[in-house]
Design a protein around this ligand. Structure first.
Ligand SMILES: NC(=O)c1ccc[n+]([C@@H]2O[C@H](COP(=O)([O-])OP(=O)(O)OC[C@H]3O[C@@H](n4cnc5c(N)ncnc54)[C@H](OP(=O)(O)O)[C@@H]3O)[C@@H](O)[C@H]2O)c1
Length: 343
């Protein structure tokens, strides 16, 4: 349980930021509401009486320093992260506090490792990128499935989403990534990110029942292609996405997610299956639950809690699977997702 420590949420009034604020409060932390729009922060504070509002802008380091003053950690929920990750990490390093973000932008996630690994390690700071559904969960599952293996030939991450109503932030982040790639696609093969123009393969994935065999789009690369190989010796990381979700995401008219329960979660469901293969042997791990945005909050807040209580295995820039005990972390989220290892 959090011990009344202040945790800044940058991008607090976004769809995901609101789930993170609520989760922090439920777990005994004191969220500090930050972001670039003072009016939207004040409006959010009306739903969370008593919480402090600290407007700040990614382009104004002094405002970020004021936002982080006296806080124990910062969670960055403001995406596209191409614009926010580096300035907020810089501020976290200046303040000497851990940084966690929910970025699902492959290039921005890779930049975080490339630009901050040395400085964060030298400072003994924890910087945890992609600590959310995409990037974090797949990495935790892959690491848990690996168990005592130190290397594998392949990791496959299959996303069984019932559908995908994207938020404005998801669409904006997708557009920024598309632009950064010059319209190319990206996959992780031969031990590195490879940019290409090949059509994505349509294949089938046999999810555990009751989902069963479903058509999926292969090489639908998510942040897992950065997080998993950042610490696991594996030359091939592939991800797959159910066709319904890809169609929803690519249709310009798909509405944003709508609350369908008292916690504000939508009725979207997910089943993520990770398969790791090594020398003809195979190990699997699965997680299932509801609402990929909502579940990102317990993932990020569990990370904050573990960093603040010293339950970590690394310092510097580190993905979920590297810095935490993966299986223990996933079991701790039993109120939010069902986790199973299949060996
Ligand atoms: N890894 C995952 O699984 C995962 C899960 C959830 C979300 N995400 C990512 O998190 C981000 C937010 O998603 P969301 O669903 O919360 O979207 P959202 O509801 O549209 O919220 C986006 C938030 O980011 C803020 N923002 C955007 N650009 C900013 C900038 N340059 N400076 C300061 N604030 C900025 C927005 O503020 P304004 O209203 O002022 O623009 C808003 O508060 C997206 O990049 C999304 O891909 C990833």
């Amino acid at each position: 349980m959090g011990s009344g420590q202040a945790v800044v949420v940058f991008g607090a009034y976004g769809h995901t930021g609101r789930f993170v604020v609520a989760e922090l409060r439920d777990r005994g932390f004191v969220p500090v509401l930050s972001g670039r729009d003072a009016g939207k922060l004040e409006a959010l504070a009306e739903s969370f009486p008593g919480l402090e509002v600290r407007p700040a802008s990614a382009g104004d380091p002094a405002s970020l320093d004021r936002a982080l003053a006296g806080a124990a950690a910062v969670v960055n929920c403001a995406g596209p992260f191409a614009a926010t990750a580096a300035p907020v990490i810089e501020a976290a390093l200046r303040a000497g506090v851990p940084y966690v973000d929910v970025a699902a932008e492959i290039e921005a996630n890779a930049d975080t490792f490339a630009h901050f690994a040395g400085r964060a390690r030298n400072a003994g700071a924890a910087v945890v990128p992609a600590m959310a559904f995409f990037g974090g969960l797949g990495d935790l599952l892959a690491t848990a499935a690996m168990g005592d293996w130190t290397a594998a030939d392949e990791v496959h991450v299959a996303y069984g989403l019932s559908g995908w109503r994207p938020t404005t932030g998801t669409r904006a982040s997708g557009a920024v990534s598309h632009e950064r790639r010059d319209g190319r696609r990206v996959r992780f093969t031969g031990g590195k990110l490879e940019y290409h123009h090949d059509a994505l393969p349509s294949v089938k994935w046999a999810f555990p029942e009751p989902m069963g065999v479903r058509p999926v789009i292969g090489e639908f690369s998510m942040a897992d292609v950065v997080t998993i190989p950042s610490h696991l010796a594996v030359p091939e990381v592939r991800s797959y996405m159910t066709v319904e979700a890809v169609e929803d995401l690519s249709a310009p008219g798909t509405p944003a997610p709508a609350a369908a329960d008292e916690r504000g979660r939508s009725d979207q469901t997910f089943l993520v299956e990770v398969v790791v293969r090594s020398g003809g042997e195979e190990r699997r791990a699965t997680a299932s639950g509801r609402d990929i945005y909502a579940v990102s909050a317990p993932l990020a807040v569990e990370a904050v809690d573990r960093v603040l209580t010293g339950r970590t295995r690394a310092t510097g820039v580190a993905s979920a699977g590297q810095i935490f005990d993966s299986a223990d972390f996933l079991h701790a989220l039993s109120a939010h997702l069902s986790f199973e290892l299949r060996r």
